[in-house]
Write a protein that binds this ligand. Sequence first.
Ligand code: NAD
Length: 484
Amino acid sequence: MLIKNFIHGQYLDNHSAETFKVINPATNQVVYEVEVADTAIQKAAIESAQQGFEKWSAFSAVERSRILLKAVALLRERNDELAKIEVIDTGKPFQEAVAVDIVTGADSIEFFAGLAPSIQGNQQDVDGDFYYTRREPLGVCAGIGAWNYPLQIACWKSAPALACGNSMIFKPSEETPLGANKLAEIYIEAGVPAGVFNVVHGDGKVGSWLSHHPDVAKVSFTGEVGTGKKVMAAAATTLKDVTMELGGKSPLIVFEDADIEQAVSAAMLGNFYTQGEICTNGTRVFVHSSIHHKFIEQLKERTEKNIIMGDPMNEETNFGALISKKHHDLVMGYIKKGLDQGATLLTGGKAASPQSAPHGNFVEPTVFINCTDDMDIVKEEIFGPVMSVLTFEDEEEVIQRANSTGFGLAAGVFTLNIQRAHRVIHQMQAGICWINAYGASPAQMPVGGYKQSGIGRENGMETLNHYTQVKSIYVGMNPLESPF
Ligand code: NAD
């Protein structure tokens, strides 16, 4: 199968004939090839997005909203087939993709479609004159996605962009390119004009072209901190607006009065869901020393008993394959470093080869105990199923240790003391926080990072501001005063 770039409402052949291969992480077999967006495609993508912007931004917000809601209905109708695409591309369990990936993408489009007609400016009288403001779209926006939630990321970026009247050129990760094409087809089918959502394929070179392009007004990027810095530097060459959704090494703090069963559930969700490939994962689990023994006992038992690793398409599988052999080896390298630096394995730690998918990139769900703050496994984002459990004695100490990182994406606190819950969470240097919960991210809730984990927000009303610009219009009602 050959996948093409989606430009101006249709699939367009490239001229260079350059392609790349996409590999199923659970089998390590090539599933399809994809045409790279060469210079001819790139030029067409920009011209088309400019035309798309002109047309779409002239639609009334109510018209845009109605069309986007049709796309939501189509996404929901095709939930299962789209979920299968995500499983083949990412290696994540079907039971997750079918319940979460498409649903949360559709939720975001639905949320922003609902908000579109409410985008408004304001008016103020000033000494007999007045001014008013308009919230206008930015123009052609670029979206660049990571591979862990390919279709969801494409939805989370295009939903606010399109609701506000912009067009978008989206580049999915070269490891998971198909979902974005399916979204583009759905937008066209729903009535979004050609050129409003184009999809270009390729690696960092195509991403870099988009980030530098003078006719792109904004880049919304999801990926690693290091890549985010490059994208931001590129965007600076033409002073583009940027949204950066980057990596993390988030703390999950479990106080002595926590419901231990719930806290263990959170630690497992926040480390093993999507086989650990989630940016907000609570990979530094700080457990109060007085409950440490009980906590790790339950954690070990439940991890060994309840995780079903195997062919991600099997409905009972709840733990899939890592995105690539390269990433698998990187994760295994961190496990080795953990052992070398003196952490103790509570469970897992090995590469795996389950019977139902013997050639996939599997790593056992891994928990390290006896960790210290200076270990690489505790400091660096692994983006795999590797949890580090640390102990602490008091609140002040754990707050300081939880914050002593350059990342600031997420944080969680488990305690039944409500004052402490809020007091501690208010001191977390993180953009996405949970109290007695972990990982939930409804479309209404703005998400994004503090410190090096990001700039700007996705989802929530907040994001309307990131896809519009304010025009102020001063109206003179009095004779103009002038010294000339
Ligand atoms: P990555 O940074 O390697 O790649 C992300 C995207 O950037 C890909 O589409 C890639 O082709 C593109 N790219 C690479 N070099 C580029 C360049 N120079 N210019 C422009 N684009 C370029 O990230 P990844 O490995 O795909 O994803 C994993 C990372 O993403 C993790 O760090 C994870 O924490 C992060 N992530 C963050 C969020 C969030 O919302 N904060 C969500 C998902 C993933």
